[in-house]
Structures are given as structure tokens and as C-alpha cells.
Write a protein that binds this ligand. Structure first.
Ligand SMILES: Cc1cc2nc3c(=O)[nH]c(=O)nc-3n(C[C@H](O)[C@H](O)[C@H](O)COP(=O)(O)OP(=O)(O)OC[C@H]3O[C@@H](n4cnc5c(N)ncnc54)[C@H](O)[C@@H]3O)c2cc1C
Length: 430
């Protein structure tokens, strides 16, 4: 009898990535008590990357994942690196000044290089491809985007953005649906599940203990460190990294108040009849909508397209609304078959900058990458490990941002967010 295809219990739908890899390796649940120098909660990019770098440095490390590694956002996202943080550097400059803004941008650039180097070093075949188009759905945004490219070259030493007017953009997109955009020749996209599986393999090879199906029910402070209660054993550790991002629930009150889950959805089409009719240069795309549309081709010539978001409602029909969005951009794909439709939870913060916090000595929270975590989460895991091993704590640059909690508390923030998001998505359509 054939085994039923695996389906993540915390994210809807089976992703295309799941079928682009051989069976995912299994890791046994924790049975009995254990101890380690560092216990990591969450087996996405953040937790696994921290585990690799800690274990490689000889730190005894245990990672506890409630479901399967990558079942959160890391195994099922758009795979786009982007550049910098979720906010453009010039958007945060007025609050933190040019020097600190440059520092954050430089760290994000390091994050990009880190993922490339890590994949190469560990021979992870993650279908890495170059290029990004950031395109505008309103003509009036053109000046902003052009100025952004100039500012990035002048003040941030980033000369890779070039403006393309609609006539120049259309052949790059294979569509006339947008009013121009920036081509970023300095960034990449990849198959996230392949990167995740490779990172888990590297963590295990370095000696980290990885446990799936092990939900941490509670974090308790003990005299010298922490005790983590799980269904079949207690883990004691001097330090804890909470890498649960949008899935942390109420495990830590501060993290819950600062990181809010919103759903984002994607589809994969069947392999395109004429793959060169769409993005012939192989770039990934994100657009200027508040509810951003993001798409790219997979290594086997499908269109992977993300669009819809949900804040309070259930997941509903994923494929239908996204197919309509595809048809607006690529009318010739209106009748193309969809093979996969899925979603996941994105952890967002009030300011859309990552949440880096130490709610009590020894307990660190990393998350809230706000849809920009593919490269950042991997690098933050490494920077965390470096700090634990006595190196400079370079995450302080993010900790100092002091991201505020969402207003309304856990109970009322969702209705407030729902109203705000509905207003912004209405503006996308007007
Ligand atoms: C549909 C979608 C598209 C996206 N597209 C992009 C993109 O194109 N580019 C980009 O940069 N970012 C994108 N993102 C965001 C990106 O995927 C995330 O920022 C990144 O993967 C976060 O990694 P993480 O390890 O912090 O969290 P996750 O990968 O979510 O991992 C958290 C893990 O913690 C586990 N966990 C939670 N609570 C417990 C507990 N109590 N005990 C044990 N384990 C627990 C969960 O099961 C989960 O596996 C997208 C996200 C989604 C959902």
C-alpha cells in the first residue's frame, strides 16, 4: 500500500516543493530527558542555521521541532532573496540615521552572500538563479522607484538596480501589465525546501541533535538555565533560542505580542508549454501592491505565483483567486492547469523590521522577518551562533531597533490588523 503524501498540519495545502525533492529525511521525536548547552525551538531556516553553526563550533545543541523540519514558512515560501530588509533603507533612514541604516543594509548583503556560500560549501543543489524585477502597478510610483535606484547606488554602494520603462520591461516580464520597474542584477531566488533539507543534513553531520514531532509546551527558568517541557521528556539547557517565528503561539508572551502571523498563498502551474513566454531571463518578480504579488519560474518551467493573503478568515479557495491574478498579468495562461496550491504563515512586525529580542538573560527570540526572511533568517541563525561562541553580537544592530508590540494585545490586534489590511488591499485595487 502506498503511503499517503505528507501534509503539514500547520500550513495549508501540499506545496510544489514537496514534490520537487526525494522523500524528506525523518528525525525521531525526543523520548526521555536530555540536556545541551543550547536548545533551539523551531526547525525552520533560523533554527537549523543556528544549529549548524553552533554544532560546528563544538557547542552541544539540541533542536526541537513540533512537526517536521520546514513545515512552517521555510519549506514552502516564494524563495526570493530580495535585497536589504523589508523596508527600503531610505524609509528607515529618517528614524535611525544614515550610518545605522547602512549597517543594516550591509548585514543584509552579507546574508545574501552567506546563503550562496553555505549552499556551495555543503553542495546543496537548491536551484539558485539570479535576478529580480520589482515592478510598479501604478504609474505614479515610477519616480519613487527611480529615486530608490539612485539612492542605493549613491549612499549604499549598491549599483545593481536599473530602471526599465514599460517598453523595456515588457520583454523581460513577457507581459505589458506593469508600468515599469527595477531590475536587480545583484540578487537571487531558490527552491527553499532544497536549502532547508541541505541545512538539516549539515546540522546533523556537525553533531546537532534534531527532533521532529516534539512540541515545546513550556519554557521554565531554572537556577542555572532553562527547562523545556515536551510531551515525552524535559530538555535542560543554559541557553534557549526561540526560532518559532509566526508559529510561536503563547510560548513566550513578548514574542507573541511582537510577531503576528498572516497567511500568504501560492500556486504552481503545470510546466508551461512555452516557458520562454514568461520571464525569459529567469528573474523573480515582486510588485508594488500592498498585498504583494510575487512570482518566478521553477527549475522545471512552472510558474510559481504568490498573491492572496488572509488575516482572519479561513484559507478558503487558494487556487481560484490566484489564477485570476495570473490571468491579469499573463492572459495566455488563464486556462493553464494548477498542480499545487498551498499557503503558509508569515511572521510580520509592526515596523516590518525583524524582531530580535532577549526577553530574559539566556533566552533569545529571532523572527518577524515580515516576508523577507529567506536570506535574513539563515544569516541570523549564524550570527546568533557566533555571539554564543563569544564572538561579537552583531544582531545588536537589529535588537537596538526596538520594534514595538502590536496595539490591541493578542486578542484585539487581529481585528485591528484586518481593518488596516483591508483598507490597504482596497487601495491596491483603486
Ligand atoms: C507563502 C510564503 C511565501 C514567502 N515568500 C518569501 C519570499 O519569497 N522571500 C522571503 O524572504 N521570505 C518569504 N517568506 C517568509 C520566509 O519564509 C520566512 O521569513 C522564513 O522562512 C522564517 O523562517 P523561520 O525559521 O524563522 O520560521 P519557520 O520556518 O516558520 O519555522 C518555525 C518553526 O517553529 C516550529 N515551532 C513553533 N512552535 C513550536 C513549539 N512550541 N515547539 C517546537 N516547534 C515549534 C514550527 O513548527 C515551525 O516549523 C514567505 C513565507 C510564506 C509563508
Amino acid at each position: 500500500m502506498s503511503e499517503r503524501p505528507y501534509q503539514s498540519p500547520i500550513s495549508p495545502g501540499r506545496s510544489y516543493y514537496e514534490d520537487s525533492v526525494a522523500a524528506r529525511p525523518r528525525h525521531p521525536p525526543l523520548q526521555g530527558d536530555a540536556s545541551a548547552d543550547v536548545a533551539i525551538i523551531g526547525g525552520g531556516f533560523t533554527g537549523l542555521s543556528a544549529a549548524v553553526h553552533l554544532a560546528r563550533a563544538g557547542v552541544s545543541t539540541i533542536l526541537l521541532e513540533a512537526h517536521r523540519l520546514g513545515d512552517g514558512a521555510s519549506g514552502r515560501n516564494g524563495g526570493q532573496f530580495g535585497t536589504g530588509n523589508r523596508l527600503w533603507p531610505e524609509e528607515i533612514e529618517p528614524q535611525i540615521g544614515l550610518e545605522r541604516s547602512r549597517l543594516l543594509f550591509a548585514l543584509a548583503q552579507e546574508a545574501k552572500q552567506h546563503v550562496l556560500d553555505f549552499a556551495a560549501e555543503h553542495a546543496i543543489e537548491a536551484d539558485i538563479a539570479a535576478g529580480q524585477l520589482s515592478v510598479i502597478h501604478r504609474r505614479r510610483f515610477a519616480d519613487d522607484y527611480r529615486r530608490h535606484a539612485d539612492r542605493m547606488a549613491e549612499a549604499y554602494d549598491y549599483p545593481h538596480l536599473s530602471w526599465h520603462a514599460p517598453s523595456g520591461l515588457a520583454p523581460l516580464l513577457g507581459s505589458t501589465a506593469y508600468h515599469g520597474g527595477l531590475r536587480d542584477a545583484g540578487t537571487y531566488h531558490l527552491n527553499p525546501l532544497k536549502l532547508l533539507i541541505g541545512t538539516a543534513r549539515a546540522a546533523q553531520a556537525a553533531g546537532a541533535r534534531l527532533h521532529e514531532d516534539t512540541h515545546v509546551d513550556r519554557i521554565r527558568r531554572t537556577g542555572s538555565g532553562f527547562a523545556l517541557d515536551t510531551p515525552h521528556g524535559i530538555v535542560t539547557a543554559s541557553r534557549v533560542l526561540m526560532a518559532t517565528n509566526a508559529h510561536g503561539g503563547t510560548l513566550d508572551a513578548a514574542a507573541a505580542a511582537h510577531i503576528m502571523p498572516i497567511r500568504s498563498y501560492m500556486v504552481a502551474t503545470q510546466p508551461l508549454d512555452d516557458p520562454q513566454s514568461v520571464l525569459p531571463g529567469g528573474e523573480a518578480v515582486d510588485d508594488s501592491r500592498f498585498v504583494v504579488r510575487y512570482f518566478r519560474k521553477s527549475a522545471d518551467g512552472r510558474l510559481l505565483f504568490g498573491g492572496r493573503e488572509a488575516y482572519m478568515s479561513g484559507d478558503g479557495d487558494i487556487a481560484g483567486p490566484i489564477l485570476r491574478q495570473i490571468a491579469e498579468i499573463y492572459p495566455h495562461l488563464a486556462a493553464t492547469g494548477v498542480t499545487h496550491a498551498w499557503g503558509g504563515s508569515v511572521g510580520i512586525t509592526m515596523t516590518r523590521m525583524p524582531y530580535v529580542a532577549v526577553p530574559q538573560p539566556g533566552l533569545t527570540v529571532l523572527g518577524g522577518f515580515s516576508g523577507h526572511g529567506v536570506m535574513l533568517s539563515n544569516y541570523f541563525g549564524r550570527l546568533y551562533a557566533q555571539a554564543v561562541c563569544g564572538g561579537e553580537d552583531r544582531l545588536l544592530a537589529y535588537r537596538d531597533l526596538r520594534v514595538p508590540a502590536f496595539p490591541g494585545g493578542r486578542r484585539f490586534r487581529n481585528p485591528l490588523l484586518f481593518l488596516a489590511m483591508s483598507w490597504f488591499s482596497l487601495r491596491d485595487r483603486l
